[in-house]
Ligand binder design. Structure first.
Ligand code: CUA
Length: 261
């Protein structure tokens, strides 16, 4: 009697049959949605690469035609570059990493929605067919000024090539060095002044007054700016003042000195 309630003449309970059909249909619809998002909507799954030698600055790399590669660096609390202008029809290979903590990276109105993580490179592709302003936001709480962390991609039908704001450049490094008074004592052409020239000093071994030696690298420049007395270089008067500079500014100056090697 028990077996006759569980089975019809074909051996399958009608309810069970309906559940099986329902599950099959649900699976097919799900696969259909995935196929539609890939081929119909052009969705791409972000690629995430761990333990990569990640970039330290934002950058724009031009490939052929309107194909560009953009490196976005997320840091408290901005993106580098902060504004990118691209011609309509551009395809951007976007890669994102973080200089400090975990950030979010979403280009509103597109399929790009990443996490920006230190030591991790996340990449995806976006194609712009319509002019307009596309906002980039950090959607991961990352500290005091998280809500101010944003950038813009302007898709324009009035430009032929990509351009960007907020990228560190040699010019910016030079004007910073000038504004902070560095260039009064440090030349950029190799001539010795009150202090050693910035030209060619990067990577050199510096002899300090206390007899020790240091390699001129990012850590040394940083240290030098914060504690010039403790790092006085042999052969020069120990007259370098403490110059108030933010970590970002020190980094920019470091890049400038590095460029002058
Ligand atoms: Cu970066 Cu929130």
């Amino acid at each position: 009697m028990a077996s006759s309630t569980l089975s019809n003449q074909e051996g399958v309970n009608p309810l069970e049959r309906r559940v099986l059909w329902g599950a099959t249909l649900f699976t097919l619809i799900t696969i259909g949605f995935i196929a539609y998002s890939v081929w119909g909507l052009g969705a791409s799954v972000p690629t995430c690469m761990n333990n990569m030698p990640v970039f330290k600055h934002g950058e724009i790399i031009r490939h052929d035609g309107k194909n560009y590669e953009i490196h976005f660096l997320a840091k408290m609390w901005k993106f580098e570059p902060s504004k990118v202008i691209v011609p309509v029809g551009s395809t951007l290979d976007v890669s994102v990493t973080s200089k400090d903590v975990q950030h979010g990276f979403q280009i509103l109105g597109t399929n790009i929605n990443f996490m920006a993580l230190p030591f991790v490179l996340t990449t995806g592709r976006v194609h712009f067919t319509k002019p307009g302003i596309y906002h980039i936001v950090c959607h991961e709480y990352c500290g005091a000024a998280h809500q101010n962390m944003n950038a813009i991609i302007e898709v324009s039908d009035k430009v032929d090539d990509i351009s960007a704001d907020g990228l560190p450049t040699l010019d910016a490094g030079r004007s910073l060095a000038d504004a902070k008074g560095c260039l009064a004592c440090h030349s950029t052409d190799g001539t010795t002044g009150i202090g050693p020239s910035f030209k060619g000093i990067w990577g050199q071994t510096a002899q300090l007054i206390d007899g020790s030696t240091r390699t001129v690298d990012a850590a040394f420049v940083h240290n030098m700016i914060l504690h010039p007395d403790a790092n006085a270089i042999k052969g020069f008067d120990p007259v370098m003042p403490v110059v108030a500079m933010s970590d970002d500014e020190i980094e920019q100056l470091t890049e400038y000195i590095k460029e002058l090697q």
